[in-house]
Design a protein around this ligand. Sequence first.
Ligand SMILES: [Zn+2]
Length: 394
Amino acid sequence: MIINRRWIGTATAALLVATMTSTVPSGAHAAPANDVTTAVQQKLLAEAAVAADQAFRTADVADTRVDVTRKDGRGWAFGTAVLVAPQGEDLHPSGWLFVARQHRGGWQVAFEGEATFAELTAAAPASVVAEQERDTFTAPRTMAANGDFRTGMRLPFTVGQSWILRGGPHGWSGSPRPFSSIDLYGGDERVLAVRAGTAYTMCKGWIRVVHDRGYATDYYHLWNNISVDGASVSAGTFLGNTGTDITCGGSASSRHVHLGLRQNSAYVAVATHNLGKWVPREGSVAYEGSALHGSKRVNVKGTLYNYGALGFTEGIVDSNGGTSVSRRSGPGTGYGVVGSIADGATAAVACSSNGTSHTGRWGTSTLWNRLTDGTWIPDAYLYTGSANPVNGWC
Ligand SMILES: [Zn+2]
């Protein structure tokens, strides 16, 4: 690793650097840490040194939180690694799951998102990385870049409750993009998993749930958070209460959950995805914006009703400002109108076909969807999270 220049100038750092250079003749690399916690701390500080956010570049070892949750006698370890954010600023901590293997007198440490993380978790004994976790960590990556934004996620509270959208899309750490996060509070203040997955306590007040399709969700500022290390959770499992916890940094002026969306081990823009049949939309700056349910728009400080998850073969009727969409007997306006479907309704798609071209809120498309009742509507007026057929071609 590269020695963090931040360390130079303090008594402790000078001592450490001296030790390192005395044991490594080349002086180019630090001596391998002989305990795993130190090795993970060193990697965290290497990450901090190149962090996009300047505030993290001044991190030192006191700003690291390493929790070795599992270890075996043959030199394997697993746990969480967190860089604490400065308190009182609009920042949030950075955190990774890690796996480590004793190697050449030191430790090889891999963080989530690195190629070696999948390699090492595949090789680790089941006592350190459980079979179910290994399947998750080594699963082929699903790419939103293919235009598939389906999440199967609900909002992070009881279905049927309504909570306040306190903050629209913003960065996990405030203003920097991607705008992965939204802030919510209200109802019974019980924060629940948005979808089934594997849950980890990253830090006090902070839970991460790793889902299918490469997604994960982060929940921060929680009070009474559950303590989990790779536990299976269901959609709706209690994770904690909304709170103002800032044990790992940042600020929270009033109770809420800071919900962040990740995919492939990095924060991704939450806009265009669907949570509880709402699609967040970005404003011109962080924390502004809105959420859409069909054509119904709720701005920041408005109320979001949790409709539950949108299924992978379902869509929400979005007439782009109207009240309903005509159902037709076939895939095009040359076919007769056989009824209508209300804006905001959930439609189950049986299959899709090409027909006449239409332009809706989400773009122009010749795709039409045959619904499970046999009637057809244009894909331009149905938010599914994908521009492609969600249940195959007819
Ligand atoms: Zn937030």
